[in-house]
Design a binder for this molecule. Structure first.
Ligand code: ING
Length: 312
């Protein structure tokens, strides 16, 4: 019996700074209803799906910053979405800014949550590869202050047995780093769920625009899928937020590395694919049979050295 998951990648269009969570949740529920009509078992929403991509703004006031974060998930703002998903028996993934810890020591993470079709929380992931910079940079034509607002994730790259397979998560910039997929690949992952908010241009090289960034997006997720014999679902928040454009191009990628579905718009758009998790087996048992082919005795630098050290 093939283990087919009908996945709905729920790309979202822009969320303006002035738009509250209710706007996002209402649109997410519309996408969920579309997914239900198309028979989806799982819906994947973007990174930071409930608010505008606020790391583009330089803020110093703690309450202004914390207004973008969620202390609980689900919560009063998202309960309707979680309840509707459970009622339809659909699993969901969504990214959000998480406040954790205690009043004395509040911790801030860029987080994703996975919930199964019974409404049970399967697990959480906290973004490890934080891009951008930690202080206001006047040289950039827009800010990318994830290193200012988030701590490095402290949950590693876990995978979970759920919904008939082995699922993992990562977030946005994580998808550019091969280590991300390999750690999950070494745990037998069969589907990696990714949300992203990717500016369409490079804040340090304005001539690097959407075409190159789309190429790098697809290169990264296709390589990650193929080299670890896993499905990858990568879902954008897209479009122009307060004058700043985010890349679209959400994709569903087969373990062969081929793109099987791709969003065409820059707005709210559901793309659907029947993902047979058993189609990972051929690659895991042949070309990427890690146990047979990997030579870890030669890989020491990967975990013993952080930055490149060229020869003298
Ligand atoms: N955004 C971007 C991403 O990794 C980025 C940042 C874009 C880094 C392009 C390097 C190159 O897609 C987030 N939120 O990580």
């Amino acid at each position: 019996m093939p283990r087919v998951v009908r996945v709905g990648a729920a790309q979202m269009g822009p969320l303006q700074k002035g738009e509250g969570r209710a706007v996002a949740v209402e649109r997410m529920i519309d996408l969920l209803e579309q997914a239900h009509e198309e028979g989806c078992n799982l819906v994947v929403y973007p990174e930071l799906a409930l608010t505008t991509f606020f790391p583009r703004w330089n803020m110093d006031d703690e309450s202004e910053i914390d207004a973008y974060f969620e202390a609980d998930m689900p919560n009063a703002d998202t309960a309707a979405l979680f309840d509707r998903a459970k009622a339809h028996g659909i699993g969901i993934h969504l990214g959000y800014a998480e406040i954790a810890g205690t009043e004395e020591k509040r911790r801030h993470f860029n987080t994703a949550i996975l919930v199964d079709g019974a409404g049970e929380t399967v697990g959480r992931y906290r973004k490890i590869h934080l891009p951008g910079h930690g202080e206001y940079d006047p040289e950039r034509h827009f800010q990318h202050l994830e290193k200012k607002y988030f701590e490095i994730g402290n949950l590693g790259f876990p995978v979970w047995r759920t919904m008939g397979g082995i699922f993992g998560m990562c977030i946005c910039n994580d998808r550019r780093w091969p280590e991300t997929y390999r750690v999950m690949g070494l745990q037998g992952v069969e589907m990696v769920l990714i949300g992203f908010n990717t500016p369409s241009t490079n804040s340090q090289r304005p001539e690097e625009g959407a075409e190159m960034r789309t190429f790098h997006n697809e290169l990264s997720v296709q390589a990650g899928a193929y080299q670890n014999a896993t499905w990858v679902v990568a879902v954008a928040k897209a479009g122009v937020e307060d004058g700043f454009e985010l890349l679209g191009g959400s994709v569903i990628v087969h373990p062969s590395g081929q793109i099987v579905a791709k969003a065409e718009s820059m707005g709210d758009e559901l793309i659907v694919a029947d993902c047979d998790l058993d189609e990972t087996a051929f690659y895991k048992q042949t070309i990427f049979d890690f146990a047979r082919h990997r030579r870890i005795e030669h890989y020491g630098l990967i975990t013993s050295r952080t930055g490149a050290e060229p020869p003298e």
